[in-house]
Design a protein around this ligand. Structure first.
Ligand code: DAH
Length: 348
């Protein structure tokens, strides 16, 4: 047996040195260690041996198997490493080649302004609401003091989706009515709603049939116009700088009484007059007012108990002023050369 063992080991050692591929090594392994191989032949002899020989024969058989397995494993690892190195060499990456530049873009400026507003309002305890862009006439007009046939509807002419009851909302104010009705006149409200609005306007540098507003509504007890002024002053200072002043001019909306136009002092010329403020020193950023008695009542809030203020900011207008954009269409066409100007990140 000893001779068989030594002979087999040296045979395998000799044969294996001549092999240079994994398949041949595996074939050789099967030849010696497979079912029909010499090692198996020896194993089958074991059962016929007398008991006293069985132990030493068995031990030797194990040594033989271990030795052969280790010879094969070493060779296999050696060949695998060789193959891997060869592959790595042939696939070598040239790290000196210039990389492919992928433009990563940046957040939309309009979204940035909206997010800034959301943050400031949320810090004052406001909730951010969403509302449907396809709206019912009832919410868009009726509940806001604009019954059918009201002349002020002309200024808010929009796109109708179905008959004259379902339309693309002409402002974000219907969300005021929706939120008030959902609270059933029982609790105070502090909400803003940034969102898209639509009008049948001919598009030009300052008009777009699709634009964005930031609606705000606060309903509580003893709310006055001065609360609105304070709130608008905070947001204006945040958006346009600490020195910004606010001014209210009398105006008219059907859903507020009194109604105002909200102006901010011109951040560019600080009041002395320039082309941004058209030499007036002031820039209008939206409309606002004290929520109308009938609107509160129609939306389930008792006007003798509750009062509130509401406002609508033009989001594109704020972004245009802040970033010096002079055409609203910049936000809606897909010319990357224009939007890239406002990208704050470098392309890498
Ligand atoms: N919805 C108005 C518009 O689109 C803006 C506005 C004015 C909203 C006064 C308000 C408000 O909430 O109180 O022109």
């Amino acid at each position: 047996m000893i001779e068989d063992k030594e002979r087999m080991i040296s045979e395998v050692k000799e044969k294996i040195t001549k092999l240079d591929n994994l398949k041949d090594v595996n074939d050789l392994k099967v030849l010696y260690l497979g079912k029909k191989g010499p090692v198996n032949d020896l194993t089958s002899k074991l059962k016929d041996l007398p008991v006293e020989e069985k132990k030493s024969f068995g031990m030797m058989l194990n040594e033989l198997k271990n030795e052969l397995n280790s010879i094969f494993d070493t060779k296999i690892t050696e060949l695998e490493t060789k193959e891997l190195n060869k592959k790595l060499e042939s696939e070598q990456i040239d790290i000196t080649l210039p990389s492919t530049k992928i433009p990563i873009g940046s957040p939309s400026i309009l979204e940035k302004v909206i997010e800034e507003c959301e943050e400031v309002f949320m810090s004052m305890g406001y909730d951010v609401y969403d509302g449907p862009e396809i709206e019912e006439d009832r919410f868009n007009f009726e509940l806001l003091g604009l019954p059918k046939g009201h002349p002020a509807r002309d200024a808010q002419d929009t796109f109708y989706v179905k008959g004259d009851e379902l339309l693309m909302r002409s402002h974000t104010s219907p969300v005021q009515a929706r939120v008030m009705l959902s609270k059933e006149g029982k609790e105070p409200i502090r909400m803003i709603c940034p969102g898209k609005a639509y009008r049948r306007d001919d598009d030009d540098a300052t008009h777009s049939h699709n634009f964005t507003q930031i609606e705000g509504l606060l309903v509580d007890k003893d709310i006055k116009l001065s609360d609105l002024k304070g709130t608008i002053t905070i947001i204006s200072k945040h958006l346009f700088g600490k020195d910004t002043e606010t001014r209210f001019r009398p105006s008219y909306y059907q859903f507020t009484e009194p109604s105002v136009e909200m102006d901010i002092s011109c951040f560019n010329c600080k009041g002395s007059g320039c082309n941004i403020c058209k030499n007036t020193g002031w820039i209008t950023i939206g409309g606002a007012g004290v929520v109308h008695y009938d609107v509160l009542k129609g939306c389930g809030y008792d006007p003798k108990v509750w009062s509130g203020f509401a406002f609508g900011l033009g989001a594109e207008r704020c972004a245009m002023l802040k970033y010096g954009i002079n055409d609203i269409r910049t936000f809606y066409n897909t010319d990357l050369r224009e939007t890239k100007v406002f990208d704050r990140k470098e392309n890498i």
